[in-house]
Ligand binder design. Structure first.
Ligand SMILES: [Zn+2]
Ligand SMILES: [Zn+2]
Length: 83
C-alpha cells in the first residue's frame, strides 16, 4: 500500500472540516486517506479522522529553505531556556 508515495500525496488547500485555507507552508494534519485538517480541527478531533477513524499526522510542510523553520523554532526554544 503506497500511502505516502510522493506522487500519491495530494496537497489539499483547505481543511476538510472547517474549510480554513491551508497554505503549503502552513501546519496541517492528514490521515492515511489524505483527509486534510487544520491544526485546530485536528486538536478538536483528538488527532483522529472522523471519516475513516485513521490517525492524523502532521503533513510535511514545504518551506523555502528546509532548515528555515526548524532552526527558527530551535532558536526560540533556546532563547526561552536562556532567558
Ligand atoms: Zn479546520
Ligand atoms: Zn480520513
Amino acid at each position: 500500500m503506497e500511502i505516502y508515495g510522493a506522487a500519491m500525496l495530494k496537497m489539499k488547500p483547505t481543511c476538510e472540516r472547517c474549510s480554513a485555507p491551508l497554505a503549503l507552508a502552513d501546519e496541517a494534519y492528514i490521515c492515511s486517506f489524505e483527509c486534510t485538517y487544520c491544526p485546530q480541527c485536528a486538536e478538536q478531533l483528538a488527532r483522529s479522522c472522523p471519516n475513516c477513524q485513521g490517525q492524523l499526522v502532521m503533513r510535511p510542510t514545504r518551506t523555502r529553505s528546509p532548515t528555515e523553520v526548524p532552526s527558527h523554532r530551535f532558536k526560540a526554544k533556546l532563547e526561552k531556556l536562556l532567558s
